[in-house]
Design a protein around this ligand. Structure first.
Ligand code: UD1
Length: 421
């Protein structure tokens, strides 16, 4: 479904108030997939009610899950896996559907998952997931656009990721938890979402050593059980509001956040002139400064600067006094927001994996097009400070990952509305 968002922007806008950060989309998706590993009930708290969560729940239901949601708590149980296929429609809607591959193979010995095609942020292969599962004994082939995977009981293996992959690490951790014998995973991703998944798996009975490190050892068990687990706060949502405050010389207090997951983002924002104060262990207050200083950033795996914050930071740098160089090392073609920012009046040159942003340029509202989730967030930020009306077309991407963003921004003083056609 197409959606449009209208923003009346204003360079004088000062966002002010409190915003409560939701649970992390990228932590809840693997946690839901992990429910496939057991016949018992999994209860998740602090679940963000965003589109991607409903997409993976649709998939779970097709596979035999029963679930209920109350406020932000989800109770999920898959007594028997009735169907082990993830359709092209669902995988196309959300690439993270690939996270069911490891758990399905581990519990059921069979999985059929559509191969994710090209997506708006460059080619995103899944070869590392597949090689790892093959090393654990799975037979995998590609037919009619579907990955067909089969295995007896998976067996523990030593797997070194050629490059860091968040989803690959998660898929193999889940598979290894039910495999026969020990797996040694090397060059694992260090993202807090991976750690959050490990914590859930341990509560379910998995034997994992080295959580939060690059080398993780998993001793497979015969069976996993139910668990109650809290999803960590969304660091990308928090980072987006931090930038919103810095961009508008605002003062926003973020509650229910996890400041130490935000270290790289906070550091860059401080260098750019924003004041960020930790009010208590889960609360941050950010005050934007009149003058924004240019900053170069290079995206890299955690604990580096996250690629999911690159687009938002680019908007901030368009208002800095001077030139910044943004280098994107994780995904190719992740600059689709830039053409739209140019329409608003930004001065940005892209060459290869670099964007050279020259500030400070006044922005003026226009019709623009959202292409992916984080690009959409950056366009909203730009719209807030662009003079006049901005219409963001195809803004449905936003609903995939930001819980209540219009409402949250309105409560901070923005004029933003979803247009119903
Ligand atoms: C996850 C996040 C996404 C974030 C990304 C990088 C979720 C649901 N999504 O995506 O928001 O932008 O991490 O932080 O958690 N790669 C391969 N082969 C593979 C797997 C990955 O070459 O088999 C490459 C990718 O093309 C990319 C890089 O590795 O260049 C990192 O990708 P990965 O960490 O796997 O991203 P996702 O798990 O898909």
């Amino acid at each position: 479904m197409m959606a449009r968002i209208k923003i009346i922007g204003n360079p004088e806008l000062r966002l002010q108030g409190k915003v409560r950060i939701s649970g992390a989309k990228n932590a809840v998706l693997p946690a839901i997939a992990a429910a496939l590993l057991t016949k018992d009930k999994i209860k998740l708290k602090n679940v963000p009610l965003v589109k991607d969560v409903f997409t993976i729940l649709t998939l779970m239901k097709e596979m035999g899950a029963e679930y209920s949601i109350r406020k932000n708590s989800l109770s999920l149980q898959i007594k028997n896996i009735l169907f082990e296929e993830a359709s092209y429609e669902l995988v196309r809607a959300m690439r993270a559907s690939i996270l069911v591959l490891g758990p399905l193979l581990a519990r059921r010995g069979k999985a059929i998952v559509a191969l994710p095609g090209g997506c708006a942020i460059g080619s995103r292969p899944i070869d590392l997931h597949i090689h790892g599962l093959e090393k654990m004994g799975a037979k995998i082939s590609l037919e009619h656009g579907y990955i067909q995977a089969e295995a007896g009981r998976l067996v523990g293996a030593e797997i070194e990721f050629e490059k860091k992959t968040v989803g690959g690490t998660e898929n193999l951790l889940m598979a290894a938890s039910l495999a026969k014998g020990e797996s040694i995973l090397k060059n694992c991703s260090l993202e807090p979402e991976v750690i959050n998944l490990c914590e859930l798996l341990v509560k379910m009975g998995a034997k994992i050593d080295g959580i939060g490190e690059e080398l993780i050892r998993v001793k497979g068990v015969n069976e996993l059980g139910g668990a109650i687990h809290e999803i960590i706060p969304d660091r990308i949502e928090a980072g987006t509001y931090l930038v919103a405050s810095a961009l508008t010389q605002g003062q926003i207090t973020l509650t229910r956040t996890q400041p130490f997951h935000l270290t790289a983002i906070i550091e860059k924002l401080r260098f750019s002139g924003a004041e960020i104060e930790q009010v208590n262990s889960h609360t941050l207050r950010v005050t934007g400064s009149r003058k924004i200083k240019p900053q170069d950033i290079t995206t890299s795996p955690y604990p580096g600067f996250p690629t999911d914050m690159q687009a938002q930071f680019t908007v901030l740098m368009s208002q800095a006094e001077g030139t910044s160089i943004i280098t994107e090392t994780i995904f190719d073609r992740r600059f689709s927001h830039i053409n739209e920012l140019l329409r608003l009046g930004a001065n940005i040159d892209v060459s290869g994996d670099k964007a050279v942003v020259k500030g400070k340029t006044p922005l003026s509202g226009a019709q623009i097009l959202a292409t992916d989730l984080r690009a959409s967030a950056s366009l909203i930020l730009a719209g807030l400070i662009a003079r006049g009306e901005t219409i963001i077309n195809e803004s449905q991407h936003l609903e995939r990952g930001y819980e209540g963003i219009e409402m949250k921004l309105r409560s901070l003083g923005a004029y933003i509305e979803v247009l119903k056609d």
